[in-house]
Each structure stands twice: as structure tokens, then as C-alpha cells.
Ligand binder design. Structure first.
Ligand code: NDP
Length: 296
């Protein structure tokens, strides 16, 4: 979808050379123009966090970034038995990631190690995908007022705060015009049954996106944005009480009468990490089949 085959390149060259004779270009210039017109991540080095399995939104994002030509670094949440590592390694093998590293965002040493690794191997970083969240099952059902202090801290720490230390570690390594993308949900601004503390965490995350956008923009034009995705069945969302009702509601009421796919979210992430979105920062972009426009 993103890459041009040689025939398409030739057609565009012929367009400029034959139809528009107003300027003479070298072939390299033609290719540069074409690449700028298209979503092309060739040469960009992007770190993707939050792949758990083939339903993960981060997996949809990683595939679309790779299709657009990006070189990927992949992280996995380490566990004692190494099960997640082997599962994520096997899944992501076809994308040929040049970095594959453990990351528990609550472990500052692992964050440091990842960016040391990026410094040594990549020299710089062009994109960071923050696609992770966690809240205990008990916090994702019933009354919000029943949220425990520990549950609140953990959900906010993993799901919202974590974006800040990742950006801090990436800051000296960001290339000019690099991009950061995080994942959020409508529960940040509307009361969605059972979403509870995760809604509060997503509100904090969206505010973090704006503050980080203001901090990282001036020096190197680094852009920070969030994608607010419609409900999708994944490991994390299965913990939310009534997730299927949320999905059915979207299928019934969204302007597109369906919910979205991981691939559609991945396409928007690819756009936000490409030069095509160079003027967009600090935004929450809705990829939800239009659901958020509804009044009722
Ligand atoms: P997944 O379960 O596939 O992904 C969540 C990821 O977060 C997993 O890889 C999980 O690892 C990881 N994670 C949890 N705790 C930590 C931690 N301490 N350190 C590092 N990684 C951690 O679910 P989704 O793809 O649904 O979630 C991805 C993002 O998308 C989340 O931010 C979610 O809130 C957001 N989102 C999801 C929607 C949906 O309907 N699914 C809608 C809108 C936004 P592991 O599984 O190994 O524990």
C-alpha cells in the first residue's frame, strides 16, 4: 500500500518529464519528490512497545510501519519463564527487527538500557510508539469509587506516567522531526461503564502528550501525538468488563457502523510518524469509525 513499485515510479517520472515540461529534474530529484508525496518511512528507525500477541494494536502498528519501510526495534514485557519473549520474538521475526529488548516500564534500569542500546546500534531514533497500559481486573468493573489507592497508582504509573521517562531517555537521541505516538481511548473524556481508572489514566496520558509536545517541539521539531482508537478485542481490552457491549455499541452507532482494526490504527500511526504529518503535534487523533462525534 505504501511502497511504490518501479512501474509507478516510472509513471510519475513520465508525468513530470512529458506532461509538465516546465522544469528539468534529475532522476534522484524525481524520486525525492515522489517519496515526499507518499507515506515512506524508509531509513527511519522506530521503537515499538506493547506487542503481546497477534491481536495487539502494537502488532498492527509494527506491521504497517515495516510495510512503509521502517527499521524496527521491538520490546516485550519480560516474565520469569521467558514465555512472552519467545512468543513476541516468533511473531515479529518476519519484520526482521534490528533491536529486540525487554521493557517493563516500571523498571528505570531497563529504560536506560534500551536507549543505551539504541545509542550504540542506531545512533539516533526517528520514532517511538507507546502502546501499553495496565489496570487490575478488579479496577475495570463496577464502581469507580471502589478504586484502590494501589490500583490507581499502578494504572496511572504504567499507562500514563511511563510515556515521560521514555521520552526523557529518547530526548538526546531524537532525530530532527522524529515522532512519538501513544494510544488512548474515548474513556478519557466520557464516562464509559467499567473503564473507570483507565479513563483517568488516559486523561493523564493525553495531557502528557500535550506537555511533551510543548517540550520536545522547539529544539528538534519532535512531534508527540495520541491515537484514540475505537474498541478492539485484545488481551488488555478483554480485562474490561463489558468490552463486547462496547464493541457492539460502536458497530450499531458509529457513522461507519463498525469498529476499527489494528491495521487501520497502524496506518494512522505510520502517517503520524512520517514526514506527511510534519505540521501535527500535541493532538489526539480519533481512529474510531467516527463514533466520538455522536451526541446520542
Ligand atoms: P495488548 O494487551 O495487546 O497490549 C498491551 C501491552 O501493554 C501488552 O503488550 C502488555 O504486555 C503491555 N504492558 C503492560 N504492562 C506493562 C509494563 N509494565 N511494561 C511494559 N509493557 C507493559 O492490548 P492493546 O493492544 O489493546 O493495548 C495497547 C494500547 O492501546 C493500550 O494503551 C490500550 O489502552 C490502548 N487502546 C486499546 C483499545 C482496545 O480496545 N483494545 C482502544 C483504545 C486504546 P503483556 O501483555 O505482556 O502483559
Amino acid at each position: 500500500m505504501f511502497k511504490l513499485n518501479i512501474l509507478s515510479y516510472l509513471k510519475i517520472i513520465v508525468y513530470f518529464a512529458v506532461i509538465r515540461k516546465d522544469r528539468y529534474f534529475y532522476i534522484g530529484e524525481y524520486i525525492e519528490i515522489v517519496n515526499k508525496m507518499l507515506l515512506n518511512l524508509t531509513g527511519k528507525k522506530i521503537l515499538v512497545t506493547g506487542i503481546a500477541n497477534n491481536r495487539s494494536i502494537a502488532w498492527g502498528i509494527a506491521q504497517q510501519l515495516s510495510k512503509a519501510g521502517a527499521e524496527l526495534g521491538i520490546t516485550y514485557l519480560p516474565d520469569d519463564k521467558g514465555r512472552f519473549e519467545s512468543k513476541v520474538r516468533e511473531l515479529t521475526k518476519p519484520l526482521n527487527p534490528s533491536l529486540f529488548l525487554p521493557l517493563d516500564v516500571q523498571n528505570p534500569a531497563q529504560i536506560e538500557e534500551i536507549f543505551q542500546n539504541i545509542k550504540n546500534n542506531w545512533g539516533q531514533i526517528d520514532g517511538l510508539v507507546h502502546c501499553l497500559a495496565f489496570a487490575g481486573r478488579d479496577e475495570l468493573i463496577g464502581d469507580y469509587s471502589a478504586t484502590t489507592s494501589e490500583g490507581f497508582d499502578r494504572a496511572l504509573n504504567i499507562s500514563a506516567y511511563s510515556l515521560a521517562p521514555l521520552c526523557k531517555a529518547a530526548k538526546p537521541l531524537f532525530s530532527d522531526g522524529a515522532g512519538v505516538v501513544s494510544l488512548t481511548y474515548l474513556g478519557s473524556e466520557r464516562a464509559i461503564p467499567n473503564y473507570n481508572v483507565m479513563g483517568v489514566a488516559k486523561a493523564a496520558l493525553e495531557a502528557s502528550v500535550r506537555y511533551l509536545s510543548a517540550e520536545l517541539g522547539p529544539e528538534k521539531q519532535v512531534r508527540v501525538n495520541a491515537i484514540s482508537a475505537g474498541p478492539i478485542r485484545t488481551l488488555a481490552s478483554s480485562a474490561i468488563g463489558g468490552i463486547l457491549d462496547m464493541i457492539h455499541n460502536v458497530e450499531e452507532k458509529a457513522p461507519l457502523r463498525r469498529t476499527v482494526t489494528q491495521t487501520e490504527v497502524g496506518n494512522t500511526a505510520a502517517f503520524l510518524l512520517s514526514d506527511l504529518s510534519s505540521g501535527i503535534s500535541g493532538q489526539t487523533i480519533y481512529v474510531d469509525a467516527g463514533y466520538c462525534i455522536n451526541g446520542m
